[in-house]
Design a protein around this ligand. Structure first.
Ligand code: NAD
Length: 489
């Protein structure tokens, strides 16, 4: 069994306590990780604050910071396979996906490396004579980055990269599920030459680690990705320190297939949005609305494709669906599918553990034909390869159905009619609309939701400003010294 170390103030440290991680493909313990204590969190935040104000980091120019981020990006590219495989062993996600996603994570660091020296202030055309007034954008302070288990390298990059580009320091709390790649990544931070304390990576649970970190008086910014219930804790925690908070939360995203859609493309979109990453993706398009004229045909095609999907070891090249990340996820998937069938959904395929996969937490690609949105599988985000399909007849009807959710992260529209694509995209209340495609991301494209999916954005240019605060400087340019304020002229 491997034992990982936490990374605080540039040192790799043993934990005072540990938790074990199980390999989802075998159900067996494979590694243990430090469970950060309150004292560990305090040391990490202290180190981050010291590095923010003293030593090499604040003395570096923005261009030098950019170069250091580029060095980190190169190291990630070099180690993408190793990092990807660790994530796969720990989370069950396909190595094919974790390796290429980790390789692409380097692009997030490169993108923000390029922005580091393009963070500028303004000169204010002030409404008073004899003043030169200008603004500068300064680092906001110590950033706490909290990530969930399903794509830690990627979700951490969307926070660490802009935070460092803007000159902040960071404490990352990796998820208690599958944190291996994040602690390996700490070695690359070290190798890239970041001064001690600039990035600290700890592993632990919501209590005490997450709570202490997000309510810490020295933390100025909390960047959170996770579930809506945890987000409520984060918001309450930050009432202690008034930290700026960004929230990237869950979803129950619609995919709409009109009767004029390219059917193969639509089926690929539905499969990518639901069976990709075994459905364990925040943008999963798990409410699928299909025009009644093509409903049976599409369901038949999905069923055919599901039967051909290779379920297996996530490290194997041929595998298309790996295990779910935790036994709790698997039990939940079984329960939700069973409840949904009881409520009136028709099980078209899947719905159970495959017979041939031993103790791993595997679940078959599943298709439920649902009469309406009252069914549990339509209502609940439950992170499994399960499609809930429903019929519609008119555009107005399907827009209303798609918007009838408390979430608003992503959405998909399949149609060959350009005017309809624009019309429908405009009316969908979600932060992302994919037209004739699904589940694509880029460091250049803002990512985030509406409603209870959290209103913040990650990726894109504007995010850099979420990691700065504005300082306004007033300079008296008159020849005479400042007048006595109590003597009226
Ligand atoms: P979670 O909310 O249970 O945990 C997320 C993180 O919060 C973990 O690191 C956890 O330890 C930490 N945490 C728990 N309690 C805390 C507390 N009181 N204070 C501070 N931190 C605390 O989420 P999860 O089950 O790991 O991940 C799944 C959720 O994440 C889903 O809802 C999914 O949709 C969402 N997600 C969203 C996005 C996005 O970008 N919008 C991306 C991926 C996942």
């Amino acid at each position: 069994m491997q034992t990982f170390k936490q990374y605080i103030n540039g040192q790799f440290e043993d934990g005072s306590d540990y938790f074990e991680s199980l390999n989802p493909a075998t159900g067996k313990v494979w590694a243990r990780f430090p469970a950060a204590s309150e004292a560990d969190v305090n040391r990490a935040v202290d180190a981050a604050e010291t590095a923010l104000y003293t030593g090499d980091w604040p003395a570096m120019t923005a261009t030098q910071r950019g170069k250091m981020l580029r060095r980190l990006a190169d190291l990630i590219t070099e180690h993408a396979t190793e990092l990807g495989d660790l994530e796969t062993i720990d989370s069950g996600k396909l190595a094919k996906e974790t390796r290429s996603q980790t390789g692409y994570v380097a692009d997030y660091y490169l993108y923000y490396a390029g922005l580091a020296d393009k963070i500028q202030g303004d000169v204010i055309p002030i409404d008073k004579p004899n003043f030169h007034v200008f603004t500068t954008r300064e680092p906001i302070g110590v950033v706490a980055a909290i990530v969930p288990w399903n794509a830690q390298m990627f979700l951490a990059a969307t926070k660490i990269a802009p935070a460092l580009a803007a000159g902040n320091t960071v404490v990352v709390k990796a998820s208690e599920q599958a944190p291996a790649a994040m602690l390996k990544f700490a070695e690359l931070i070290d190798k890239a030459g970041f001064p001690p304390g600039v990035v600290n990576i700890i592993t632990g649970f919501g209590e005490p680690c997450g709570r202490v970190l997000t309510s810490h008086p020295k933390v100025a910014r909390v960047a959170f990705t996770g579930g809506p219930e945890t987000a409520k804790h984060i918001v309450r925690n930050t009432s202690e320190n008034f930290a700026h908070v960004s929230l990237e939360l869950g979803g129950k995203s619609p995919i709409i297939v009109f009767d004029d859609a390219d059917l193969e493309g639509a089926v690929n979109g539905i499969i990518a949005g639901n069976y990709g990453a075994s459905g364990q993706s925040c943008v999963a398009g798990s409410r699928v609305f299909i025009h009644s004229a093509i409903y049976d045909k599409i369901l038949e095609k999905i069923k055919e494709r599901a039967a051909q999907i290779v379920i297996g070891d996530p490290l194997a090249e041929a595998t298309q669906i790996g295990p779910l990340a935790t036994p709790a996820q698997l039990e939940r998937a079984e329960r939700v599918v069973a409840n949904s069938v009881e409520q009136g959904a028709r099980l078209v395929c899947g719905g159970k553990r495959p017979g041939h996969m031993g103790e791993g937490w595997y679940f078959e690609p599943t298709l439920l034909a649902c009469p309406d949105q009252s069914i549990e599988s339509v209502q609940t985000e439950f992170f499994a390869p399960v499609i809930s399909a429903m019929k519609f007849d008119t555009e107005a009807e399907v827009i209303a159905m798609a918007n009838d959710t408390r979430f608003g992260l992503s959405s998909g529209v399949f149609t060959e009619n350009l005017a309809r694509a624009h019309r429908v995209s405009k009316q969908i209340r979600a932060g992302i609309v994919y037209v004739n495609t699904y589940r694509v991301i880029s460091p250049l494209a803002p990512f985030g939701g509406f409603k209870q999916s959290g209103g913040s954005r990650e990726a894109g240019i504007d995010v850099i400003h979420d990691y700065t605060r504005t300082k306004t400087t007033w300079i008296n340019t008159s020849e005479t010294p400042m007048a006595n304020p109590f003597v009226m002229r």
